[in-house]
Write a protein that binds this ligand. Structure first.
Ligand SMILES: Cc1cc2nc3c(=O)[nH]c(=O)nc-3n(C[C@H](O)[C@H](O)[C@H](O)COP(=O)(O)OP(=O)(O)OC[C@H]3O[C@@H](n4cnc5c(N)ncnc54)[C@H](O)[C@@H]3O)c2cc1C
Length: 624
């Protein structure tokens, strides 16, 4: 046992909050050998999914794969607790294809807690952190204080408080109670402490739809939504996913003119009209009230009816987010075909909470102001379990590296969606909760979910996050792909080789096998798994595009390599005021990053480059 573990109030790393960010952060910090304490208000609520009972989707599914490659838990826990899994966008290009799984909510929490409890270096404490202690000159984290009066010393702290800081719950035109979620208290002292140590806080809001009783609806009046046949899973290489025939379906229902009439007639009770919520919410997930108002000519809006589990009676109504008064919610729901007798088990509600705008953090998720203080998840202004978990794992890795006096671990935009998300967070201004989209990634053909393991395995192995067995398995996969490509290039079909033939839009790998089936010898490639064949096909069909993106990466690397030293932007002649202000706020580390700041124009970049060149020359003259 390390010296620090003997004293239960002294840890290398303290993680505040047991949501999706906190779980991954605590797990990876402990895995990297740091004595870690996870302090969370309610242990049995660890890894709760307060919104949809689903993990994945385009962008989000990519994040889950990347978390898995970095040794995180979300992918494995999802695979063990899913009740249905789908490959989304399978008819579209490979860059946007992604898995999305329906999850047995309670199982997810239970399995995550068991996973955390297995880690020797991790302790879990049920308490609320009220204060952050930091020493001055330079401002450095020294510990935290809790509501029950404990003072815990630490070398690094990761705040992952989600929607809980100064949170209030709203239904209709009323704040119905203080709380971080409908059935949980919020955290009302920590914001003050964060202000005191120099962080600026602002407010955001998010909302969730009502849950209804499965026994009170007639799903036969809705469209059935089955899962995908075939091997689907988030984690690699375990692939222990339930069989297709054991999966359970979701359903699709629609609003109708009657639903819209109820909403329009009562719109003044909607928080969007009553003015009770002024904070920005996620535009990607608008309330049904907003959809009806904004699209008056639309005759129906889809409602995806998703079970919260095999054992649960609760149905989640995706697409029907609303925080209207509960009696109106019931009227709205009962206007939908199949839901005429629906019973609400939990009303839809909105939550308004404090967050820390993310220009205050660096690429390693450490705050710029306080050394050793890291932020991850919804507290950084993001939305979503996957976004939170991905930041959690990065904050956990970087906190552990800080303790070990090692260089930060940064993923770039051409390496991972995690890199895209963090760069977006710290470089761009966000008025609403940030979520990951495939459209945010300029190199999305390189950042596919099928190659996440190949992209990240070396980095993960070097950090000690995954074992040799996994590294070998992924290297083996890569070898099989290379051998398959070589084989295809040798086979002649008419005047072409099979590899070029596979590029044709009407040819897929199975059709190719049929064309070549009269050969005396069976192709070696035919014995490969569906997953590998799928990747081979993608590499053939998109070879030229992939090459082009790789060339762009090389071109842009020179901008990323042009580092910006500490400079006084006010002294840069010709730089526009708005650009100066944002550059002072973001403090970009490279010209590449500076060029992604919306307020910094190409002309500002040229001005900056000329200025940096002048500094460089004068330094040379000075030295000589
Ligand atoms: C009403 C609602 C609607 C949502 N809608 C959406 C949506 O539309 N789309 C979407 O993608 N996501 C949505 N989510 C967000 C999703 O739940 C979060 O993005 C995700 O859970 C964030 O993970 P996190 O780890 O950052 O924080 P959370 O999951 O919120 O976890 C925070 C944890 O910190 C603990 N904690 C807080 N303060 C303290 C403290 N001082 N001391 C100790 N422990 C503390 C809490 O108990 C909790 O366990 C919604 C959430 C809510 C509540």
């Amino acid at each position: 046992m390390s010296e620090s573990l003997k004293n239960k109030y002294k840890y290398d790393v303290v993680v505040i909050g047991g949501g999706h960010a906190g779980c991954e952060a605590a797990l990876v910090s402990a895995k990297m050998g740091c004595s870690t304490l996870l302090v969370t208000t309610t242990i049995k609520k660890i890894a709760t999914m307060p919104c949809n009972p689903a993990i994945g989707g385009p962008g989000k599914g990519h994040l889950v794969r990347e978390i898995d490659c970095l040794g995180g838990a979300m992918a494995k826990v999802s695979d063990q607790s899913l009740i249905q899994i789908k490959l989304l966008n399978h008819t579209k290009g490979p860059a946007v294809q992604a898995y999305r799984a329906q999850i047995e909510r309670d199982d997810y929490q239970k399995i995550m807690l068991e996973t955390l409890k297995k880690l020797k270096k991790l302790k879990i404490l049920e308490d609320e952190v009220t204060d952050i202690d930091a020493a001055n000159n330079p401002k450095t984290i020294t510990g935290v204080k809790t509501k029950s009066g404990k003072r815990i010393e630490c070398g690094a702290t990761i705040i992952t408080t989600g929607t809980f800081l100064n949170a209030k719950i709203i239904i209709g035109d009323k704040i119905i109670r203080k709380g971080g979620r409908i059935d949980e208290n919020g955290s009302y002292q920590l914001s003050n402490s964060l202000n005191k140590i120099g962080l600026k806080l602002e407010k955001l809001q998010t909302a969730t739809p009502p849950r209804i009783d499965k026994k009170s609806v007639d799903c036969s009046k809705m469209e059935i939504q089955p899962g995908t046949k075939g091997p689907c899973s988030f984690s690699f290489p375990e692939r222990e996913v339930i069989k297709y025939n054991k999966q359970i379906p979701c359903w699709l229902a629609y609003t109708n003119p009657k639903t819209h009439k109820i909403i329009n007639e009562n719109i003044n009770y909607s928080p969007i009209k009553s003015g009770i919520i002024e904070e920005h919410g996620p535009r990607h997930c608008p309330s049904i009230d907003r959809k009806v108002v904004n699209f008056p000519n639309k005759e129906r809006h889809p409602i995806f009816v998703e079970p919260e589990g095999r054992k649960s009676n609760r149905l989640y109504l995706q697409g029907l987010t609303t925080a209207m008064p509960e009696d109106l919610q019931l009227k709205i729901i009962r206007s939908v075909k199949g839901m005429e007798k629906a019973i609400i088990l939990q009303p839809g509600y909105a939550v308004v909470y404090d967050y820390v705008p993310s220009w205050q953090i660096k690429k390693n998720l450490e705050t710029k102001k306080i050394k050793g203080l890291f932020l991850a998840g919804q507290v950084n202004g993001t939305s979503g379990y996957e976004e939170a978990a991905a930041q959690g794992i990065m904050a956990g890795i970087n906190a552990a590296l800080k303790i070990k006096n090692k260089k930060p671990f940064i993923l770039n935009r051409n390496q991972a969606y995690i890199g895209v998300m963090i760069d977006d967070l710290i470089t761009k201004k966000h008025k609403e909760p940030y979520r990951v989209y495939t459209s945010a990634a300029e190199y999305r053909l390189l950042l596919r979910q099928d190659n996440a393991d190949e992209r990240l395995i070396d980095l993960a192995f070097n950090l000690g996050l995954v074992d040799k067995k996994r590294k070998l398995a992924i290297e083996n996969k890569r070898k099989k792909i290379d051998t398959a490509i070589k084989e295809l290039k040798k086979i002649k079909i008419n005047s072409k080789n099979a590899w070029s033939y596979l590029k044709r839009p009407e040819i897929n790998i199975q059709k190719l096998f049929k064309i070549t089936k009269n050969r005396t010898k069976k192709l070696k490639i035919e014995s490969l798994s569906e997953e590998i064949l799928n990747e081979v096909e993608i590499l053939a069909k998109y070879e030229d595009y992939i090459k082009r993106q790789e060339q762009t990466v090389i071109k842009n690397i020179s901008l990323e390599n042009k580092k910006i030293p500490k400079i006084n932007y006010d002294s840069v002649p010709g730089l526009k005021f708005v650009a100066k202000e944002r550059l002072k706020e973001v403090k970009p580390i490279s010209i590449g990053q500076a060029s992604r700041i919306a307020e910094v124009t190409p002309a500002d970049i040229t001005t900056l480059l000329i200025f940096l060149e002048k500094i460089k020359r004068s330094q040379k003259i000075f030295k000589s």
